[in-house]
Write a protein that binds this ligand. Structure first.
Ligand code: XMP
Length: 310
């Protein structure tokens, strides 16, 4: 496949479809939405409004990091503060599917839907890839039609367009397009990070306090394993407690699980055999987070486990 030509064709297609109007897209910093942002910007410049939705579920420094990466490429990104909306939607929820639903609904229906209407954009650029479509058809993903997710009836809102310029590509193809667009390694070499973000790394209720704990643990794990070459690594906060000792006193503290896996396509995975030295170092750093007194390493392959915990 000639990816240079793919880029030229998609740029022409976006230009033609958007016409003289405005378009909008949501950037998470992941490779798909980053490539769409790059393509869209090449096609229509500042008539593409790119937003980063701060859901309170992102990793340490992530909103600022994504904005800076794109500012360096000459692409302005607006941060939309939606932390309260997401935290309110997640309040009291402990069931994994209910939590995932709440995140999806808040993102598309509440926050992004409102933005689309407010900006008057006539076109949405969306980073759907072929695998997403296949998983929808196979019934693995619950909802793929973004118009429906936005609560927009395409019939009523006639003339409203959703462009999915990556819908014929798989992840490897998207990475090739990223190279043509000269997106930096901090975009293309990123480990997978799920859409519902840190909400998938908290068993039980997602609160600001619990997010702070898992965020701190995630930063440690990503720092320690950044050069491991593993497919994915993460920290998970369990919904359980264990007895420990803090400053000579009994403490009923929190438990963090560390997961580091090898995989080709995330359909199966095996735990990486990290050295005891590395594991001890991670354990020492994680148990120095306030309130955390246990750190466990998960050896379970997928299957029977999944990669994420919810
Ligand atoms: P599981 O937990 O199903 O994860 O073994 C497989 C891969 O998919 C990622 N993942 C997601 N990615 N939205 C995403 O964009 C999601 O809701 C989601 N859930 C899991 C996970 O990180 C792993 O790489």
């Amino acid at each position: 496949m000639d990816y240079q030509k793919f880029v030229e064709d998609q740029v022409a297609y976006i230009r033609e479809m958007v016409g003289n109007n405005l378009a909008i897209n949501a950037l998470s910093g992941g490779v798909d939405s980053s490539v769409v942002t790059g393509l869209g910007h090449r096609a229509i410049g500042n008539r593409l409004k790119t937003v980063f939705i701060d859901s309170a579920l992102m990793r340490q420094g992530e909103p600022e990091g994504v904005v800076k990466t794109f500012a360096d490429l000459g692409i302005p990104v607006q941060i939309v503060d939606a932390r309260t909306e997401f935290l309110n939607a997640l309040k009291g929820l402990t069931d994994p599917e209910e939590k995932r639903n709440a995140v999806t609904k808040t993102f598309y229906a509440t926050v992004f839907g409102k933005l689309v209407r407010e900006t008057g954009a006539k076109t949405l650029l969306h980073g759907t890839i072929l695998t997403d479509i296949e998983e929808t058809v196979a019934g693995i993903k619950r909802q793929h039609n973004i118009l429906v997710q936005l609560g927009i009836d395409p019939e009523k809102e006639y003339g409203y367009k959703v462009l999915e310029p990556l819908k014929t590509l798989r992840k490897d193809g998207v990475r090739e397009v990223a190279k043509v667009l000269r997106l930096p390694a901090e975009v293309t070499a990123r480990i997978p990070f799920p859409g519902p973000a840190l909400a998938t790394r908290i068993v039980g209720e997602v609160t600001e306090e619990r997010l702070a704990v898992v965020r701190a643990a995630t930063a440690i794990v990503e720092e320690e394993l950044g050069t491991s070459g593993a497919f994915q690594y993460m920290a998970i906060l369990l919904n359980d407690r264990a007895t420990g000792i803090l400053k000579g006193r009994r403490e009923f503290g929190q438990i963090i699980v560390v997961r580091c896996i090898n995989s080709v396509d995330a359909r199966t995975a095996t735990a990486v055999e990290l050295s005891w030295e590395k594991l001890h170092r991670i354990c020492e750093r994680i148990t120095s987070i306030e309130g955390v007194n246990r750190c466990l390493y998960d050896l379970t392959p997928k299957p029977p486990a999944t990669i994420e915990y919810i």
